[in-house]
Design a protein around this ligand. Structure first.
Ligand code: 5GP
Ligand code: ZN
Length: 112
């Protein structure tokens, strides 16, 4: 989508700190980290949020989780949280599917 921030980041049109990339997804450091390790994994194709996952794109989401497992293992992050905010009330500020990966500090539950 032409006016989507994360589509532009995935396409390299807006610079970001690349952690991993393949034909399907892109991982990069969050610009405002909320934990010692905080990165985002996004599909390269535009999907608005988890609410838009269906049988046609769910394999892509499974692939993203494989990438999360690989990246955290490579970085030695053994305990972490994967978060995806859906909609404004839950705190979604960028309407392109993304999974936050947060680690390196104690976490509280429930989330705020
Ligand atoms: P959300 O609020 O939608 O769950 O998450 C969006 C995330 O994107 C936030 O954690 C925010 O810090 C991050 N973010 C917003 N704009 C940029 C940007 O231009 N570059 C990077 N690397 N992260 C961004
Ligand atoms: Zn997008």
């Amino acid at each position: 989508m032409s006016d989507c921030l994360f589509c532009k980041i995935a396409a390299g049109e807006i610079p970001s700190d690349t952690l991993y990339e393949d034909e399907l997804c892109y991982a990069f450091s969050d610009i405002a980290p909320q934990a010692p390790s905080h990165f985002l994994v996004i599909p390269k194709s535009h999907i608005a949020s988890v609410s838009q996952i269906d049988r046609n794109n769910s394999a892509l989401v499974a692939h993203i989780f494989e990438v999360i497992a690989k990246l955290t293992a490579e970085k030695g992050i053994g305990s972490y949280r994967v978060v995806s905010n859906i909609g404004e009330q839950a705190g979604q500020s960028v309407p392109h599917l993304h999974f936050h990966v947060l680690g390196g500090r104690d976490m509280t539950w429930p989330p705020g």
